[in-house]
Design a protein around this ligand. Structure first.
Ligand SMILES: Nc1ncnc2c1ncn2[C@@H]1O[C@H](COP(=O)(O)OP(=O)(O)OP(=O)(O)O)[C@@H](O)[C@H]1O
Length: 295
């Protein structure tokens, strides 16, 4: 069996008297996308900072790419990429020059650097602006360049801290494609997100963090099925939900339920049969805690 890409045991971190991580245990299989889902301030960034050796934990252990984050910091650093790691984008250089420089610094040949740079510029829709100085870029363009830079070189484990926050829908989807391509190459991706849809679309495994603890882990499907089966949803003419009735999804159960309801509800009542979505999962797992932003 291949060793785990990330292994976290009983990790704790406190800032002053604020317990941010309260005994985190997680493992991430190599070559998978893992999403850590949680609201603002749940401790997602702190966990990424510990895993990428920027912050030391108070207690517990974590291994990344087989190396201990406390005892083998340099080996961990050489095995990972982190969004914003090279955030020192040089304003005076063009986007293309910045990217090529990072590729060269990371050991790619001049020819490979050119190819990788062109690919990344295209993926992030920066080809037109490639030869413009970064100081003329808009906020969104800088964000895309920052991401392109962090994706310039592939290492076995990649940390993406809220990678699509602030991106428009097209750029977000472009990044999702890139993440899935990286996974195809065998790279392990650990991302944090507040977007339920993002976790749902990308992740092989999702962990929900709330109150400094992991409150649920599983595939999107597993988490949804843990919340419950399908529901018959009834809406009034203003499209407001008026009833939600659990069902086993069989024609027998649905027809019996609707038959009973038909005599008591107006004929215009609208009916749909829904599976729980990630929002239902999150609300159930965090006992109605802070809602995560819809994607
Ligand atoms: N260096 C620090 N000193 C003191 N408190 C900190 C420090 N770093 C983080 N915190 C606090 O720890 C908590 C968790 O922060 P963290 O950034 O890890 O959360 P997050 O889940 O990434 O949230 P967001 O989505 O807002 O980035 C917050 O309440 C934050 O204020």
């Amino acid at each position: 069996m291949k060793s785990l890409a990330i292994e976290i045991q009983n990790l704790r971190k406190t800032f002053g008297d604020h317990v941010v991580l309260d005994g985190i245990n997680l493992s991430v299989q190599p070559g998978t996308v893992f999403a850590l889902l949680g609201p603002n301030g749940a401790g997602k960034t702190t966990l990424i900072h510990i895993l990428s050796t920027l912050v030391a934990p108070d207690e517990g252990t974590a291994r990344v790419a087989g190396f201990d984050v406390a005892a083998e910091r340099n080996k961990v650093k050489r095995s990972i990429t982190l969004t914003g790691q090279f955030a020192a984008v040089d304003d005076v250089l063009t986007g293309e020059e910045n990217l090529r420089m990072i590729c060269r610094l990371s050991g790619l040949s001049a020819a490979d650097s050119r190819v990788r740079t062109a690919e990344l510029l295209k993926h992030f829709e920066l080809t037109e602006a490639a030869r413009k100085r970064v100081k003329t870029y808009s906020g969104g363009m800088r964000r895309r360049l920052d991401l392109a830079i962090s994706l310039a070189v592939s290492r076995p484990v990649m940390f993406l801290d809220e990678p699509t926050t602030g991106l428009d829908t097209r750029s977000r989807r472009a990044l999702w494609d890139i993440i899935l391509q990286l996974k195809e190459q065998g790279i392990t991706i650990f991302l944090t997100t507040q977007y339920l849809e993002e976790a749902d679309q990308l992740a092989d495994t999702i962990a929900v963090i709330s109150g400094g603890r992991i409150v649920a882990t599983g595939s999107a499907g597993e988490l949804k099925s843990r919340v419950g089966g399908e529901v018959i949803e009834l809406r009034n003419t203003d499209d407001e939900i008026i009833r939600k009735i659990p069902t086993d999804g069989t024609i027998l159960d649905i027809s019996r339920t609707l038959h009973e309801l038909a005599s008591t509800l107006p004929g215009e009542t609208r009916v749909s049969i829904n599976r729980p979505n990630m929002n239902d999962v999150f609300l159930a797992m965090t006992a109605g805690g802070t809602e995560v932003a819809p994607a």
